[in-house]
Design a protein around this ligand. Structure first.
Ligand SMILES: [Zn+2]
Ligand SMILES: [Zn+2]
Length: 103
């Protein structure tokens, strides 16, 4: 894992995101997203489909906003989308200068 990936994992865990979703983000979603940004059509389709499903599931679960993280496909299927922990200034010490999720 790269340092950037480790940071994603640390911040994800701090925000109480399930470990399966963090692993999915680091190994699958982020590389696809990077390819999408470079103009990869297949990756773009994948990302859009995943985002659409996420948002639809979150809505069905009664979330007022789309989830502030990327749930893995298994969690989306199972309807397991959490409310992420929103960081306060008190979290700063635990994560260095960077916060997990801002309000
Ligand atoms: Zn998951
Ligand atoms: Zn926090």
């Amino acid at each position: 894992m790269t340092r950037a990936q480790i940071k994603h994992v640390q911040r994800g865990l701090h925000s109480r995101i399930p470990i399966c979703c963090i692993a999915y983000f680091v190994t699958t979603y982020f590389p696809k997203w990077a390819a999408y940004r470079k103009g990869d059509i297949k990756a773009a389709r994948y990302i859009r489909r995943h985002v659409r499903r996420n948002h639809a599931t979150a809505k069905r679960l009664g979330h007022k906003r789309p989830p502030g993280y990327v749930p893995c496909p298994a969690c989306v299927r199972a309807g397991n989308i959490i409310h992420v922990h929103m960081c306060t200034l008190r979290c700063r010490g635990k994560l260095g200068t960077e916060l997990g999720h801002g309000p």
